[in-house]
Design a protein around this ligand. Sequence first.
Ligand code: UD1
Ligand code: UDP
Length: 384
Amino acid sequence: MPKIKLINIVGARPQIIKASAISRAIRVHFSNDISEIIVHTGQHYDKEMSEVFFDELEIQKPQYNLGVGSAGHGRQTSLMIAGIEEILLKEKPDCVLLYGDTNSTLAGALAAAKLHFPVIHIEAGLRSFNKLMPEELNRIVSDHSSTLLFAPTNAALKNLMSEGFRPENAPPYTINNPKIYLTGDIMYDNTLFFAELAEKKKAGFLNESGLVKNNYVLATIHRDTNTDDIERLKEILLTLKELAEEKDIVVIMPLHPRTVNTLKTRLKDFYDDLKHCSHVKIILPVSFLEMTLLEKNCRIIVTDSGGVQKESHFFKKPCLVLREETEWIELVNNGTAKLVGAASARIRKEFLNFMDSDTDFKYPGFYGDGKAAEFILSEILRLF
Ligand code: UD1
Ligand code: UDP
């Protein structure tokens, strides 16, 4: 019988990908010590936003899927809390593992902490310092409900300390006496593990997508600030289209369903024009292995995604961040990521700088040694 029973809560695409690093480390190193139950809130549910990752990344199917689906923040989060609470009361796990900053993270944190199950937060301490962002509220509440907090970067660890978390706390750790760690990033573990596999398993993918290595730009857009405000969304897309035509380069965009919904319902004519532009390829969301290949072989990345920003660094690609601030501040300080918001002039300036630059950018190892998941699990075992 494994020593501890851990509940792993996922819901949104990036959490499923992150959970694969933990599941793999349990399988390879801790299968005698840790048993894992996966709870999927159902926040993401399209095949290409959920199921594809379980299949491709070999994660066990969730034992529970709450099927919550899309709704406003209040309704979505409350349905998740109620569903998770029931599962926790039935399963009585030793601890609850949460990733990142989505509504699924928040729901898991509140449900578990209020029932006094220890919460373990992976990707703790990240802050944008913009509380208008739903994710910022989710991060703060989740961190302050946790017993073990795994910060991926120095900046994240410092943020926790400035909110009163003390590195000198001694065991036994509890929600009132939490432990903070610097771990590195489990997504770096994943990139190291899957990058080569992607080359093997998806050998024809670039070709089939009509892409030539180093001669395309990869763009993703899904943040609420960029998709709910159609003027911002239009400005971003129009600027990218014009730049692609001007530089005779393809921009490929595996678009999040949220963005496609906005385009279809609120910018229909513009969307139709865009689809006819030979320099712009809008496609469905891709699998993680396909995304890995797109990132590895592109010229520049343009994104408002947290995960994709970091992956730009893993693959040594310059990155334009379609936001006013970022939690991954080391990338901006390094000069290889530029905050451009949604303003045409700023996107254009930094895009052309990166396209025309022959600077040999450096990409230092900000994100650990690729063994963050192993470290996290061994620390969890020490707690029990
Ligand atoms: C959520 C997270 C965000 C994260 C992102 C990862 C919150 C508050 N936000 O944003 O931090 O970066 O996931 O991708 O938790 N939709 C579909 N099919 C799906 C999923 C979503 O069509 O499978 C559409 C629905 O119209 C839905 C919209 O996308 O209303 C937004 O989905 P939601 O999960 O609420 O937020 P995300 O924008 O995905
Ligand atoms: N991703 C993917 N397919 C896509 C777009 C993204 O596999 O079509 C992966 C990407 O490589 C990264 C993660 O999804 O690992 C990022 O998720 P997302 O951008 O949805 O959310 P965020 O990181 O901003 O929370």
